[in-house]
Design a protein around this ligand. Structure first.
Ligand SMILES: O=C1C[C@@](O)(C(=O)O)C[C@@H](O)[C@@H]1O
Length: 729
């Protein structure tokens, strides 16, 4: 009998459990508030404060009620900020990178203090040291509390000295592009363990990765967004990269690309995708091009991939145990994917050898990948039986196992863990029998494993383009479902939609109260926020008998936006100001900020009374402004007709003002107002030096999350942003 695939369930953008726990935590004593310079007379707080009536903005429904009756679930303390000093090694004249690291981390920086002194300090700081001075600075120094990151600008075509890289823990390769800041944030978040993409992916019902086969990543860039629809990660096949010769003319086919070239290619790929990267150097015996005569070559490349902060590193099982063990010891926050391929055609899933391969792989692998060439359909059933024996072993690494060749394609549909996929726009398939995401979904549908569902976008007429976009994604993914856009009609109409036998989920905009009786279960986050914006199919173990669960995607969209150019801990203990016409308009932002461990939150324009109200401090007069020395974040969820009222605050707390020490300069402005607005808060924020984001960014991230919740598939942010009509940069 064919195993039954469970319905797709919620897959968060990041480690949701930790973030939700943090958001639900009681706010600690306020920090960052002290009396300071006099407030600007241009501030018109009174005008904002005077109106506490619920807004009509699209953030919330007028029928939404404050969730006073809700009790916040139990509190789990948030993860700690890394302690120690981050030492940034930089080249002559490139000190700017030290400042940027400090900004992204929200920490002060220095280039003066001796490393020996800093190593003893308790607070985290960023210390810049030139590569020339590194050896001298390290002399007599306790390395255990230092994280050494070599930075190297590759624009002049140069590569770092091997010895320098090896004396550091990590290495950040960069070029001064519009992507630099984002790429740096991603790198730092990963190596410091602040974002853990695998924590999300390991619990997802199905995961896919696209095996790119480009000789040069440049060729992939124009199509990367469309290529990665339906993928949870992107594999770079380092062995297939073809490095041009020094005269730039002919390519040196057949030889190993240099670390310099690989580093540049990886940097380019990472700048152009938000998806985690899988770094693979496949050997000649396993359908790759890396020579096998010197296993230390693999160590060198894979160790470097870890230093470059790659999320997943493919380590082949044939490599000597010493190499596999050493890689596992130095893997930091990278995940090791152990890989075994057999092309003989005689390998058997039923033989004791298969169990032995798994056991050996599990020694150092977080994921065990096993792949064999087969010639009969029965071998797919044997693989499914093998899979079930591994499941019955209990906790251990995840198994990703498929068969190669056309006969093996069935197993590619049935595998649920990191299924390798291809795409018609790739120059070639990476292995015989590879399928696309759409082909896998179509196969699952035909086998009765992915029944058609009716999905809805419920809201106002403005939701139509949204549902058209989602419909396009369904086509691209080969999913059988339909998306229909419907207006929220008179009372009782939602109930009848939900009662339809084929009802398979909905995106609800404006959101509805989490107390709504016809939604049988709600997530912790939706309950605390008081609003449901997505109705997803529930995993039975999560909700008992309930078929659906009310979720909130908006807070994840807000959090993803806030952490694109600042690591999560940059927000810890810092002050925030939120302006809104009503509490429901602000609650997702409050929750997102709390999930980041924000300090004091000052509110303007509303008074909170729901489960998130504890610790919020209303700005009641112009005097209040004097209380806040320097907010790290300002969020405006004001109704469009009042949107310009945030502008004086943005100007007052401009980032170059006397109240902003240069070492902690970075600040974020998030504008959640949608619809025709008054004034130009984003323009004002940008010219006053804020890192500013509009509601389009949040809504694109929210759409990513909605698609994951509704259909269990990943549609990358850049694709959503592009498809929803605005240029990305
Ligand atoms: O290990 C795998 C799986 C694969 O070999 C396949 O069979 O699809 C393709 C490779 O690129 C990848 O590294």
């Amino acid at each position: 009998m064919m195993p039954t695939a469970p319905p797709p369930t919620a897959t968060p953008l990041f480690d949701e459990t930790a973030a939700v726990s943090t958001a639900l935590k009681d706010p600690g004593p306020h920090t960052g508030a002290s009396s300071n310079e006099s407030a600007s007379s241009a501030l018109n707080i009174a005008a904002i404060v005077s109106n506490h009536t619920p807004s009509s903005s699209s953030q919330s429904s007028t029928s939404t009620s404050s969730p006073q009756n809700h009790v916040a679930p139990p509190i789990v303390p948030p993860a700690d900020t890394p302690s120690g000093t981050i030492v940034i090694v930089f080249g002559a004249g490139l000190e700017q990178i030290v400042h940027m690291v400090a900004e992204v981390l929200g920490k002060p920086w220095t280039t003066e203090a001796s490393l020996a002194t800093l190593a003893r300090a308790t607070d985290v700081v960023v210390a810049g040291v030139t590569s020339y001075d590194l050896d001298r600075s390290l002399a007599g120094c306790d390395r255990s509390s230092l994280i050494l990151i070599n930075t190297h600008c590759v624009e002049d075509g140069s590569a770092p000295e091997d010895q320098l890289t090896e004396s550091c823990d990590y290495e950040f390769l960069y070029s001064r592009s519009p992507f630099l800041r984002r790429d740096l944030t991603r790198f730092l978040s990963l190596i410091l363990g602040q974002t853990r993409p695998h924590e999300d992916l390991r619990t997802k019902t199905r995961t896919n990765f696209i095996s790119t086969t480009f000789p040069d990543v440049h060729a992939a860039l124009p199509n990367l967004d469309i290529l990665s629809v339906g993928s949870d990660a992107v594999e770079i096949r380092v062995d297939l990269l073809v490095e041009p010769t020094s005269d730039g003319a002919a390519a040196n086919q057949g030889s190993v690309p240099s670390l310099k070239y690989v580093g540049q290619q990886l940097m380019l790929l990472r700048q152009h995708t938000e998806l985690p990267i899988i770094f693979t150097a496949r050997c000649t015996k396993e359908n790759g091009k890396f020579p096998m005569d010197d296993p230390t070559l693999f160590y060198k490349y894979l160790r470097r991939a870890i230093q470059w902060g790659v999320e997943y590193v493919d380590v082949e099982l044939w490599l000597p145990e010493e190499i596999r063990r050493r890689l596992a010891e130095v893997k930091g926050h990278s995940i090791i994917m152990s890989a075994f391929h057999d092309f003989s055609g005689t390998w058997k899933w039923t033989a004791p050898e298969a169990q032995r391969v798994f056991t050996e792989s599990a020694k150092y692998g977080d994921i065990v990948k096993m792949i064999a060439m087969v010639s009969t359909i029965e071998e797919n059933y044997e693989l499914e039986y093998f899979r079930s024996t591994i499941k019955s072993r209990g906790p251990g690494p995840l198994l990703s196992a498929v068969n190669m060749g056309q006969t093996g394609q069935l197993s590619r549909a049935l595998n649920t863990v990191f299924s390798p996929i291809t795409h018609p726009l790739l120059p070639m398939i990476a292995a015989p029998g590879q399928l696309t995401a759409a082909e896998i979904n179509e196969a699952l549908h035909i086998m009765g494993q992915l029944p058609k569902r009716d999905l809805y976008v419920i809201g106002s007429f403005r939701a139509t383009p949204h549902s058209m976009f989602m419909e396009k994604c369904l086509n691209e993914l080969g999913l059988p479902h339909t998306f229909t856009s419907i207006d929220r009609g008179p009372k009782g109409s939602m109930e009848s939609v939900l009662a339809q036998p084929q009802f398979g989920g909905a995106s609800v905009n404006p959101p509805i109260s989490s107390l709504t009786t016809y939604i049988p279960a709600v997530s912790d986050a939706a309950r605390a926020i008081g609003l449901v914006d997505t109705i997803a199919m529930a995993a039975p173990h999560e909700t008992g008998s309930a078929r659906f669960i009310g979720e909130n995607s908006a807070w994840k969209g807000i959090r993803a936006t806030l952490t694109r150019e600042y690591v999560p801990s940059a927000y810890r203990g810092r002050a925030a100001i939120i302006l809104a016409g009503s509490e429901p308009d602000a609650s997702a932002a409050i929750f997102a900020l709390r999930s980041l461990g924000i300090g004091a939150i000052y509110t303007v324009g509303f008074k909170a009374s729901g489960p998130l109200a504890a610790g919020l401090e209303p700005f009641t007069s112009i005097q209040s402004v004097k209380l806040v020395e320097q907010p790290f974040v300002i969020v405006s969820a004001l109704p469009p007709e009042k949107s310009l009222l945030v502008q004086p605050l943005l100007r007052h707390y401009r980032t170059n003002g006397r109240s902003s020490p240069p070492s902690t300069r970075g600040k974020v402005y998030l504008d959640l107002t949608s619809g025709p607005r008054k004034g130009d808060p984003l323009g004002v924020a940008t010219s006053a030096g804020w890192t500013a984001y509009g509601s389009e960014d949040v809504s694109a991230w929210t759409t990513v999350e909605t698609m994951r919740l509704l259909v269990g598939q990943n549609v990358p942010f850049d694709f959503v942003r592009m498809a929803l009509g605005r240029p990305l940069f």
